[in-house]
Design a protein around this ligand. Structure first.
Ligand SMILES: Cc1cc2nc3c(=O)[nH]c(=O)nc-3n(C[C@H](O)[C@H](O)[C@H](O)COP(=O)(O)O)c2cc1C
Ligand code: SF4
Length: 445
């Protein structure tokens, strides 16, 4: 049995409990009691508690949640809170499970957050394909309105909070927060130029906080037990637990809530029962396919946000001999915790083929608004395809690196980076696999 089975569980504690999904079941377990407590607090004190908790966004960038909430102008006339439940990053499937098993926890977290932000009209933007989760959420919202947890004068506090569940239409880019806001407004789902950031000018040009499902579900625990308690659950600047979704070549893939001190190797070996078929690890994508991979000798790094980015044990990424992938400010990119989607590839994996498949996704999902991404992702896909299928030309590896360098940091949103970073990471750490494909020109993959 996994030694990690009994670690503290917050957002996944009710997984498997069908009854907890209903309002009556949720209330039986103490549900909405923290909302009562929160409504007795001053809104700014809630934000202060969230700041003290070291809660970092679980949607990809790991930005400090309380700090983000603090950006909303104090004199704003109307503020919105939007929950990002688009979850389309390949390898990521935690939010759908969280919403399915504990929809009222999300609603309770959102009403508390909305109270802190003084946000009246709020939204959950859910990926269109998530029919099952949409039905669960819609029912839970209806129940919450019926019991006075949503609507006017919530629990007699005078606070008014409305929640609309809005379904997306199947575009990955609508998970990017400003494309999501455009889509919510009924416009084409294309990212906006930033600044201004949504906290200043967001939905309908009004200050808006966009947070991931898991981020908001952690809020009731912080208000219940205190920011310091939550901060102590995690290492360094990262409070709480982390929900990861492990897929690929492991014996027990799944969604697991874990302490962030756990290393990537422990996740694979001790939580997921090791690599399947008795094989070894070749590469691990630590946080959705947008993130550069880790090689087998880099797996003793904790799964925490900062460790994955800057841990000294991880070698700097060299794109081509002598050329590092430099993020600026003296930081050399290792990788990032991203969306929590861990993809394990065994030593029989055809790396150039896997990379081509990843590039195909980003080329397809580019919204086409800016040239480096629109053209660059297309070329990455084309060149990666010919390398993967054994028709690579000499110079293709450097060509791929040069296209990726042309995209990274030069686009309106991070989808461009999402294609460039894994390409650069794979080229650096698995260059020999690409060279072998090019050398054996014409060989069937
Ligand atoms: C192309 C792209 C897709 C994204 N998709 C998602 C998504 O599906 N869900 C999500 O929570 N964040 C997604 N993000 C990140 C959001 O833009 C935003 O940073 C996040 O929702 C903020 O929430 P957090 O602070 O709680 O992490 C995406 C970003 C990019 C660039
Ligand atoms: S980076 Fe790509 S997805 Fe993002 S705005 Fe530009 S073209 Fe659109």
């Amino acid at each position: 049995m996994s030694p990690w089975k009994d670690v503290t569980k917050l957002v996944t504690a009710k997984f498997g409990n069908e009854d907890a999904r209903t309002l009556a079941g949720y209330e039986k377990l103490g549900g909405y009691q923290v909302l009562r407590k929160a409504l007795g607090m001053k809104p700014d004190d809630i934000t202060a508690e969230v700041k003290a908790s070291n809660l970092r966004g679980r949607g990809g960038a790991g930005f400090a949640t309380g700090v983000k909430w603090g950006f909303v102008p104090k004199d704003a006339k109307a503020v919105h809170l939007v929950c990002n439940c688009d979850e389309s990053e390949p390898g990521t499937c935690k939010d759908r499970e969280l919403v399915y098993w504990d929809p009222h926890l999300l609603i309770e977290g959102m009403v508390i957050a909305a109270y802190a932000l003084k946000a009246t009209h709020n939204y959950i933007y859910i990926r269109g394909e998530m029919m099952r989760e949409y039905a669960v959420l819609a029912k839970a919202v209806e129940e919450a309105y019926g019991r006075g947890y949503l609507g006017k004068n919530i629990l007699g506090s005078g606070f008014e909070c409305h929640l609309t569940v809005h379904r997306g239409a199947g575009a990955y880019i609508c998970g990017e927060e400003t494309a999501l806001l455009n889509s919510l407004e009924g416009k084409r789902g294309q990212p906006r130029l930033k600044p201004p950031f949504p906290a200043i000018k967001g939905l309908f040009d009004e200050p808006t906080i966009v947070n991931n499902v898991e981020t908001l579900m952690n809020v009731p625990f912080i208000i219940d037990k205190g920011g310091a308690w939550f901060a102590a659950l995690g290492p360094g600047r990262s409070g709480g637990t982390r929900t990861v979704c492990v897929s690929g070549h492991v014996n027990k893939p799944g969604v697991y809530e874990l302490p962030m001190t756990i290393t990537m190797r422990q996740i694979i070996d001790e939580v997921c029962g090791g690599v399947w078929k008795g094989r070894k690890v070749k590469a691990v994508i630590p946080g959705g396919t947008s993130m550069p991979p880790l090689a087998e000798d880099e797996l003793d790094v904790p799964s925490e946000f900062d460790a994955l980015m800057t841990d000294e044990r991880i070698k700097p990424v060299e794109v081509a001999p002598g050329k590092n992938f430099d993020l600026g400010g003296g930081r050399v990119l290792r990788t990032m915790a991203g969306s929590g989607g861990i993809v394990v590839m065994d030593d029989a994996t055809d790396i150039p083929m896997a990379v081509w498949r990843i590039m195909k996704f980003y080329a397809h999902e580019s919204c086409g608004q800016c040239t480096p991404c629109r053209e660059g992702t297309g070329w990455l896909e084309k060149v990666a395809r010919r390398v993967a299928f054994g028709q690579g030309k000499p110079g293709d590896i450097d060509l791929l690196a040069s296209i990726a360098h042309g995209i990274a940091g030069n686009t309106i949103c991070a989808l461009g980076d999402a294609a460039a970073w894994p390409m650069l990471g794979f080229l650096t750490k698995f260059r020999a696999d690409f060279e072998a494909k090019v050398a054996h020109k014409g060989a069937a993959a």
